[in-house]
Design a protein. Structure first.
Length: 131
């Protein structure tokens, strides 16, 4: 197995994980909203907005990353790096503007780990292309 394929595999696994989250938000939003600390949404328009704005956007972003993993093209993957960076930045802004909450660390660690893994995967892909 080449370094490029290992990197592609890491990108694909991360993309499939987040695509699954997007699908859950689209298909069964009430099952995950409490885990996202959003509370319950019961109106039809609220559920539709959660499905479209959260589920659809998350799914589309990470489908692009999966396409980049398949094609070994980092240009498609960059959207995931930007997404995770924005999530981390927004969490930090919330921490400093709104204050701390008990779930802060469990909420910020997964995107940091995923971003770190993506940077490792990028390095693996770049190293094998340069040689």
């Amino acid at each position: 197995m080449t370094k490029t394929n290992i990197g592609r595999g890491i990108f694909a696994i991360i993309a499939l994980f987040f695509m699954g989250n997007g699908l859950i938000l689209m298909l069964n939003p009430t099952s995950i909203l409490d885990h996202m600390l959003l509370g319950s949404v019961e109106s039809v328009s609220g559920l539709s907005s959660i499905r479209a704005l959260l589920g659809g956007a998350i799914f589309a972003t990470w489908a692009s990353v999966l396409l980049g993993a398949i094609k070994a093209n980092f240009n498609y993957i960059l959207v995931g790096v930007i997404n995770l960076s924005a999530v981390i930045f927004a969490r930090l802004v919330g921490y400093f503007v709104d204050g701390s909450f008990t779930e802060f660390v469990p909420m910020i660690v997964p995107p940091i780990v995923a971003l770190f893994l993506m940077l490792i995967a990028r390095k693996l892909m770049t190293d094998s292309i340069e040689k």
